[in-house]
Design a protein around this ligand. Structure first.
Ligand code: AMP
Length: 233
C-alpha cells in the first residue's frame, strides 16, 4: 500500500494559505481539509457547534482549542487510508499537541511572506462572508465586480484588513504560531517557505515547477516544486 502523507500548512493573514493549499492538495492528490470551512459550514447549518463558535469566527478570534480539537480530530480519524492536507489547523500549541497525540505529521509547511506583500494582498482582499470565499482584486478578482461568483451576493472587506490592524494580527499570529513551529522543528517536520521577491501575484510563485524542494517522506511525487522560493530550516 502506498505510504500515506499527512501535512499541514500555516501562514499569516494574506499569505495565500488557502489558495496555495488547494493547489498542493490537487497536485498531490491529498484530501483538503480547511478548519475555517468546517466552522463556517457549522455556523451556516446552525449546528450546536456552529452556535458555539459563531461569535469567535465573526470577530476573527481563535475558537477555543477544545472546540477545535472536537471539530477536527474525529474527521481525521475517519480518514484512515487517506493522505491529507490541513489548512488552518493546528493553529495553537494545544491543537498541535492534540493532533500529534493521534497522528505523526510528515510535513508542516509554514509560509513566510514579507510584510509589504501581505499588506498589499490584504488591502486588495474581499470576501464572501457566508462561504469564506476570498477574492483579490489584483490577481483573483470576482467575475462581476463586488459580487461572489457562486451566489452573486455582495462581497465585503474586513475592517481588520486595514494596515494598522494587520500589524497587530501579524504579531498575534507570530506569537501563537511560533511555539507550534518550534514543536514541529523539534519533531523535524517543519519546512519553512520564504517568498523572497515581492509579488502580489501568487500564480507567479506557485506552483510553477522550477526549483524542486524535497518533501520529506513522500515517495511517489518526491518533489514539491516551488518557484521563486527557497526553503530553510
Ligand atoms: P480561516 O478560514 O482559516 O481564515 O479561518 C477563519 C476563522 O475561523 C478564523 O479567523 C478563526 O476565527 C477560526 N478558526 C479557523 N481555524 C481555527 C483554529 N485552528 N483555531 C481557532 N480558530 C480557528
Amino acid at each position: 500500500m502506498a505510504k500515506l502523507f499527512r501535512t499541514a500548512i500555516m501562514g499569516p493573514p494574506g499569505s495565500g494559505k488557502g489558495t496555495i493549499s488547494k493547489r498542493i492538495a490537487q497536485n498531490f492528490g491529498l484530501q483538503y481539509l480547511s478548519s475555517g470551512h468546517f466552522l463556517r459550514e457549522g455556523i451556516a447549518a446552525n449546528t450546536d457547534a456552529g452556535v458555539l463558535v459563531k461569535g469567535y469566527v465573526e470577530r476573527s478570534m481563535l475558537v477555543p482549542d477544545h472546540l477545535m480539537s472536537r471539530l477536527m480530530l474525529p474527521r481525521l480519524e475517519q480518514l484512515t487510508g487517506h493522505s491529507w492536507l490541513l489548512d488552518g489547523f493546528p493553529r495553537t500549541i494545544a491543537q498541535a499537541k492534540a493532533l500529534n497525540d493521534i497522528f505523526q505529521m510528515d510535513l508542516v509547511i509554514s509560509l513566510n511572506i514579507p510584510f509589504e506583500t501581505l499588506r498589499e494582498r490584504v488591502s486588495d482582499r474581499w470576501i464572501h462572508p457566508a462561504s469564506g470565499r476570498v477574492y483579490n482584486m489584483g490577481f483573483n478578482p470576482p467575475q462581476v465586480q463586488g459580487r461572489d461568483d457562486v451566489t452573486g451576493e455582495p462581497l465585503i472587506q474586513h475592517a481588520d484588513d486595514r494596515p494598522e490592524a494587520l500589524q497587530a494580527r501579524l504579531r498575534h499570529y507570530k506569537d501563537v504560531a511560533k511555539p507550534v513551529m518550534n514543536l514541529y522543528k523539534c519533531l523535524r517536520q517543519e519546512k519553512r517557505i520564504t517568498q523572497q521577491r515581492r509579488s502580489s501575484k501568487q500564480t507567479a510563485w506557485f506552483p510553477v515547477q522550477r526549483h524542486p524542494v524535497p518533501v520529506l517522506g513522500y515517495r511517489h511525487r518526491p518533489h514539491l516544486a516551488l518557484h521563486q522560493l527557497s526553503s530553510q530550516h
